[in-house]
Write a protein that binds this ligand. Sequence first.
Ligand code: SF4
Length: 231
Amino acid sequence: MVKFNIIELENEISIDEYMEKYNDVEKFLGYCEACPNYSKTWSCPPFDFNVEDFLKEYKNLKIIGKKIEISESENERGMEIQTDISDDKINRDIENKIGKIEADKQVGVENKAKEAKAIEKKYSEDIEIKKEMIKKELEYQKKSVLGELLELEKQDPNIRALSMGRCTECEICTRQEGKDCRNKDKMRYSIEALGGDVVGITQDLLHHEIKWSKGNEIPEYFILVGGLLSK
Ligand code: SF4
């Protein structure tokens, strides 16, 4: 139904330049406060440490992006063509009936209305399935990148992974129960949680525009952005 094409994007910037051009804790903390996840997970603000001091411990930031292009699979196109043929056939059948008695005409109109409703219902169900598939793919990509970065961390104590978005390791974060993070070895902060301008970074350093979903409109791609800090 939905096909994904994954493109890897990468760039590197010094922490000094990053902090000057793309980090503004005060500004982005304001956006975080408006998010329903604010203070709900240990990977989201507010933090009990100074973000700027945390970033200044490092010299460089490698920006790691995943572009997830979305297209329809051949299968679905086939299904659409079949649907069209089927619609034509229904239309021809209806046309053949026109010219007969007025009652038949009325039945045709009602059938058409029912048909339109059925197509509309199927369309909205398809959109929901597509959205769910995309959500799963994004989550899979996010976890697989974090897994790779955590492996690199194990080999080098001077690097630190930054997650692609908030931590989703546990179904309900222990922060909501006032308890310590139960998976500190897997929880990593995201660029945006640390006051990073992900839109600016994606445009200037990954040379792509961030796309958003609008209602039932699915963009042609999504971009996940994470990073790797190094001393
Ligand atoms: S690992 Fe679990 S407890 Fe820790 S921040 Fe993530 S969701 Fe919360």
